[in-house]
Design a protein around this ligand. Structure first.
Ligand code: R5P
Length: 328
């Protein structure tokens, strides 16, 4: 976004803020560089707060400035270590609520626990719903997030959820780098089909979907490839890369179906645990592209697309009571 629209948290002249309070941003420890980039894009500074640990590991928070009546945004992806980061967010929100903020918004660029969004067999929890309930319990009035694992998680909240998408960022990157020639957009499973369809329509490319079958609690297999990939360069889009197993199995299925061994892999959230590095080092993978919703070292050699401009625009629009759907 061009130039700062706020000065010291105050809206630009002629733009009325909801409730009249100032914008205040605070960050936990999950992704401070992203929080700083959002603050910079908005032309405000990050709020002063201590977010640390007591000697026994409990989270200790103290806000070091008044936020009475303000429109507060807590920036914290609930990425690994997911429980620590989630707890920091809850404790921060409690501090903000007890400090008489006007409104508490959580900017959760990566929403962890989202894959536990339903019971797949009896006697299981629905932990994504539990997390939504915890966030609302501590007074969060709105969530701004990017590419939820399942959009219906929006409905786990009573309050509004603005779900942004990285699809436009990926499309602009691919076009800018000329990576769309002879390509096919691939969804690695049916859950990503909608995101992949939007990317393929933006790029005017064909679409293929891999049928993924669960073979055990942590094991999946690709049973078949829906769509024509022969001789084409696959552009795989996923929401999360965790162990990278889904991607490795997907690449192998695509090669077996005759796709060119020049795969670009894109995912909104670089969870990257276990054997992810090895799985993403598959010889047919030319490039791996992530956003920075989860902090990621550039030394890993992956392409990282910044989300701060998008998240800053969302905050600006929420604060000034404008539509956020134009960003999606
Ligand atoms: C699954 O439905 C998700 O969209 C991702 O494909 C999955 O979570 C990735 O996990 P992993 O990298 O461990 O295969």
């Amino acid at each position: 976004m061009g130039g700062a629209f706020l000065t010291e948290g105050r809206p630009a002249p002629g733009v009325e803020a909801v409730g009249g309070g100032q914008v205040k941003l605070f960050s936990g420890n999950a992704n401070r560089p992203l929080a700083e980039a959002i603050a910079k894009a908005l032309g405000v500074r990050l709020g002063e707060a201590v977010v640390e640990r007591f000697p026994d590991g409990e989270v200790r928070v103290r806000l070091q400035e008044s936020i009475r009546g303000d429109d507060v945004y807590l920036i914290q992806p609930t990425a690994p270590p997911v429980n620590d980061n989630l707890m920091e967010l809850l404790v921060l929100a409690d501090a903000v609520r007890r400090s008489s903020a006007g409104r508490i918004n959580a900017v959760i660029p990566y929403f962890g626990y989202a894959r536990q969004d339903k019971q797949t067999q009896g006697r299981e929890p629905i932990t994504a719903r539990l997390v939504a309930g915890l966030l609302e319990h501590v007074g969060i009035h709105r969530v701004i997030t990017v590419d939820l694992h399942a959009p219906q998680i929006q409905g786990f909240f009573y309050h509004p959820v603005d779900e942004l998408s990285a699809v436009r960022l990926f499309a602009e990157y691919l076009e800018g780098r000329g990576l769309t020639q002879d390509a096919v957009v691939v969804s690695p499973d049916s859950g990503r089909a909608e995101q992949a369809r939007r990317l393929s329509e933006r790029l005017n490319l064909p679409l293929a979907i891999l049928a993924k079958r669960r073979t055990g609690p942590l094991e999946t297999q690709v049973s078949y490839v829906i769509g024509d990939v022969a001789g084409k360069r696959p552009l795989i889009i996923d929401d999360i890369i965790s162990t990278g197993g889904t991607i490795r199995r997907g690449v192998e299925a695509l090669l077996a179906a005759g796709a060119a061994p020049e795969v670009v892999v894109m995912a909104s959230h670089a969870v990257l645990v276990g054997n992810a590095r090895e799985n993403l080092a598959h010889p047919a993978i030319r490039e791996v592209v992530f956003t920075d919703t989860i902090a990621l070292s550039p030394d890993l050699g992956y392409t990282i697309l910044p989300t701060a401009p998008l998240l800053a625009q969302a905050i600006r629009r929420v604060h000034t009571n404008q539509s956020v759907s134009v960003l999606i």
